[in-house]
Design a protein around this ligand. Structure first.
Ligand SMILES: *Cc1c(COP(=O)(O)O)cnc(C)c1O
Length: 393
């Protein structure tokens, strides 16, 4: 028998959900019956997808799947414990060493998710009297990390180094940290890292870059924004990357000096008090890291698709953003309009999600188009003709 909860608190929740529906802000997961790839089966229908973060097309790569299966045969499924108990397998260890060498840093530390890695860093390094400076458009996990740390959080205008400079000059603290996305997840533009590094050095502040969307995609060998801008570990002492995007697996890491990583291991609660990710994920990531580094054609093809799309979209008169990354948002403004276009695209067999507040600022609802090296040029043509139909009045 269905039990209906009629407690006043429950009614309040229902009312709040109804408000979000009325404001076109209600969200719901779609159900997929296929691997992450361009053509998927979603909610029972075949659809061409332009919304994943599988930028290099590795989430369903045969070598990555094979490595995952082999590791599962050898290590089973669950790690069974936290890293500091007995959940840290040899595959985790090898992956940490491989990620350190990939990013040109002394050490790397695995986390079960990027969200947790970001909570960990702010918490471990920043205290009550310290200040964390963050770009206004940073990912929610960086913001939440700062809030959880008890340090003071000050946000500066998006990519505005002058504003940051002013804020740092008029606010002093024992320790300060600048935290920024490398590639901004909802806009696709990149942080002015060289300038941020200078400012950090002048103020003897930490600089942490969350390169969730840059790693694997930018830089000659996929080393991300730091590699693309030819910055050193001294410029960017704390580098965070996620493995669920270009790497096509799951989890995240923080890379930095030996002392930084040792300290995180001792005190970072989101590292200490959680189960290690399954060893097979680490095994699969070792395989995808090889592909990230060796298969340059994936990055080149992706860049060609991005360029091709931007040309086509500009011809259609669509409002693009200042982005050369696989994140190519089309700003629409009102949430209702973004939803309407997204629904029209879906009727045409194209999946492009509408991103609405609070993920983005009010009145900047957008269609967030993302590309993968697994897309073909013909598929981009399909997207462009869909957009020309769906964006009309
Ligand atoms: C996706 C993302 C995260 C969170 O990583 P997960 O591994 O998915 O938890 C953190 N920061 C940024 C910028 C992201 O885009």
């Amino acid at each position: 028998m269905l039990i209906l909860f009629d407690h006043p608190v429950m009614k309040d929740l229902r009312a709040r959900i109804q408000v979000s529906q009325a404001q076109h802000l209600y969200r719901q997961p779609r159900i997929s019956d296929s691997p992450q790839q361009p053509v998927m089966t979603i909610d029972g229908k075949t659809i061409l997808n332009f919304c994943s973060n599988d930028y290099l097309g590795l989430a369903n790569h045969p070598q990555v799947i094979h490595a995952f299966q082999q590791a599962a045969n050898q290590y089973g499924v669950g790690s069974g414990a936290a890293h500091l108990i007995n959940g840290h397998s040899r595959l985790h260890q090898q992956l940490e060493e491989a990620l350190a060498s990939f990013t040109g840093r002394e050490r790397a530390l695995l986390f079960s998710t990027g969200y947790m890695a970001n909570l960990a860093v702010a918490n471990a390094l920043m205290d009550k009297d310290d200040i964390i400076f963050q770009d206004r458009l940073n990912h929610a996990s960086l913001i939440d990390g700062a809030l959880m740390s008890n340090a003071k959080l000050m946000r500066y205008a998006h990519n505005d180094s002058e504003h940051l400079r002013q804020r740092m000059q008029s606010n002093s603290s024992p320790d300060a940290m600048i935290m920024t996305d490398g590639v901004f997840s909802m806009d696709g533009d990149v942080a002015p890292l060289a300038t941020l590094a200078q400012i950090a050095q002048q103020h003897q502040a930490w600089l942490m870059v969350d390169d969730a969307h840059g790693l694997g995609v930018l830089g000659k060998t996929g080393g991300g924004l730091v590699e693309a801008l030819q910055l050193t570990p001294t410029d960017v002492p704390i580098l965070m990357g996620t493995l669920g995007k270009a790497f096509g697996t799951a989890g995240a890491f923080v890379a930095g000096s030996h002392d930084l990583i040792e300290y995180l291991i001792q005190v970072a609660r989101p590292f200490i008090y959680t189960t290690a990710q399954p060893p097979a994920i680490a095994g699969a990531t070792l395989a995808s890291l090889e592909l990230v580094q060796s298969e340059h054609w994936r990055r080149e093809h992706l860049q060609q698709l991005i360029h091709y799309f931007r040309q086509g979209a500009t011809q259609l008169g669509l409002q693009l953003m200042d982005s050369n990354t696989p994140i190519q948002p089309i700003v629409v403004g009102e949430s209702a309009k973004a939803l309407q276009i997204s629904r029209r695209l879906q009727a045409l067999g194209l999946l492009v999600v509408a991103i609405r507040p609070p993920t983005v600022p009010n009145n900047t609802a957008r269609l967030r188009v993302t590309f993968s090296a697994a897309h073909t040029r013909e598929q981009v043509d399909q997207l462009l003709s869909g957009l020309s139909l769906a964006c009309g009045e």
